[in-house]
Design a protein around this ligand. Structure first.
Ligand code: GLU
Length: 485
């Protein structure tokens, strides 16, 4: 536990979907806040108007809501807290940029894109790895600036990076990172459209929102020296930084769409549980050090600490996510699974059929250990929802012999004589028929499984029989005898 009550934020730019790395950042911020009785703030960083995507903010909030990561404060929205939205705070950033100009820590720049392009080429030819603005406009007089502004010339406001000592970032995960001020560009703070860049808006808001810990992805580390300078130039206290390790594909390249889904929305659509996804992303760069891998959110809150976040990249292993989904499914209570299964049924071709809760929960019990997802109850256990129309060819070749119709005919008669049979009754009846014909039980079990389910795998055959019920079993035997004989 840390002593002061921390204030943290998740500050996504709305791109149209929530990246799994974004979910991890949100989760670590959330866990850190909850673990330390702090405050979790959601801030939408939407000042890049070129990247504006209709509906992106709404979908982001919806996805975070689905994950259960709700902010602890913010503008009221429908009975809970909404996010702070940067595009609604433009005057705040403008006011702050003016303050920097007054203090000579920022200046107007009127350079045309043509001039900047020439500059870039010159620097490139001279072997520079990245372009640095040459402070050309810093020499403009107050009158010149005034006249240009009056004339409505296109302009931006730039940070006036002073040469001097190294810029130090003390990162809670990466340790001390040093940056040479000579490598830091006079970053644009306010763009020609009047909107702030990420850097200015981010620092101003982190200060005004009293953020104590900036927990974000490693890709933002190169921006951090600019932020540190901004804090210094404003005369503000610098928050603590924690840059989270990169997410990697299994070949250790940076996690990319080309090798799999990166949008949380895609995982939701595929039927992953929020508990499993949360559990999974929690382990992308953090472990409690006790070999435990299965966690609920509460336990994560209990155990989480930034000290145990690793520096090296975290490999995104889809098999592990599938395994966690399986594990979470196994532990869900029967009522919840029944209701989840009903939702799947309502979206399937079985939507007009009716099944009792008792029937569904028996199907769930029989199938549970064989599925990773709720929709697999339908896909793998379709025979509980409709009689098989086709029969697996390989199993048929292997198990359907010349004598099989005679055996099954007898089995049908034997089953018909049973009263309210449970699985043991079916088993006894089958044993009796096998004895009569002096054959191994397998000669009956395999074709029986094929006729009632259409496939060769699945739960125990007597479980299937008990769930389907005597009448349905007999009907299926009759149909198969006609179709397969
Ligand atoms: N808006 C940035 C993003 O999209 C936020 C980075 C930060 O947390 O400072 O990830």
């Amino acid at each position: 536990m840390i002593h002061c009550k921390p204030r943290v934020r998740f500050a996504p730019s709305p791109t149209g979907y929530l990246h799994v790395g974004g979910l991890r950042t949100a989760l670590y911020n959330y866990l850190f806040a909850k673990r330390n009785e702090g405050t979790f703030v959601l801030r939408i960083e939407d000042t890049d108007r070129n990247r504006f995507v209709e509906g992106a903010v709404e979908s982001l909030i919806e996805t975070l809501d689905w994950a259960g990561l709700k902010p602890d404060e913010g503008p009221a929205a429908g009975g809970s807290y909404g996010p702070y939205v940067q595009s609604q705070r433009l005057n705040i950033y403008n006011k702050h940029s003016q303050k920097l100009i007054e203090d000579h820590k920022a200046y107007y720049c009127f350079c045309s894109s043509e001039r900047l392009e020439i500059l870039r080429k010159e620097q490139q030819q001279a072997g520079a790895s990245q372009m640095k603005y040459d402070k050309h406009c810093l020499s403009l007089s107050a009158d010149q600036i005034h006249n240009k502004l009056q004339a409505g010339e296109n302009c931006v406001i730039r940070l006036n990076v002073q040469s001097g000592e190294k810029v130090i970032v003390e990162d809670l995960i990466r340790g001390r990172v040093e940056f040479d001020p000579e490598t830091i560009d006079d970053q644009v703070l306010i763009k020609s459209d009047g909107y702030p860049t990420y850097h200015l808006a981010n620092v101003v808001d982190d200060h005004l929102m009293e953020i104590t810990h900036v927990i974000r992805g490693e890709e933002w580390l190169p921006s951090t020296p600019k932020h540190v300078l901004l804090y210094q130039y404003f005369g503000w206290e610098i928050p603590k930084f924690a840059h989270l390790p990169l997410l990697l594909n299994s070949d250790r390249s940076k996690l990319s769409k080309r090798q799999g889904d990166v949008a949380v929305e895609d995982y939701i659509a595929k039927g992953y549980f929020k508990e499993a996804l949360i559990n999974f992303v929690a382990l992308l760069g953090w472990s409690a050090g006790d070999n435990q891998e299965f966690y609920y959110l509460d336990e994560l809150i209990d155990k989480f600490s930034l000290e145990r976040v690793q520096k090296s990249g975290a490999v995104f292993n889809i098999e592990k996510l599938n395994w966690l989904n399986f594990e979470h499914l196994q532990r869900k209570d029967s009522n919840e699974l029944v209701s989840l299964l009903r939702t799947e049924i309502s979206k399937s071709k079985y939507m007009n059929k009716s099944f009792s809760d008792d029937y569904l929960s028996r199907v769930i019990n029989a199938m549970k250990e064989r599925v990773n997802f709720v929709h697999e109850f339908l896909a793998n256990g379709f025979y509980f929802f409709e009689a098989p129309i086709e029969f697996e060819e390989k199993a048929r070749e292997k198990n359907w012999k010349a004598d099989t119709p005679v055996y099954l005919g007898k089995l049908k008669i034997e089953f018909a004589s049973l009263e309210n049979p449970v699985k043991e009754d079916y088993e006894t009846a089958l044993g009796k028929v096998a004895e009569e014909f002096e054959i191994g039980k397998g000669k009956l079990i395999h074709p029986l499984r094929l006729v009632v389910s259409g496939v060769s795998g699945g739960p125990g055959v007597y479980d299937i029989l008990e769930i389907l019920g005597k009448n349905e079993v007999i009907k299926r035997i009759e149909t198969a005898l006609q179709k397969l004989s």
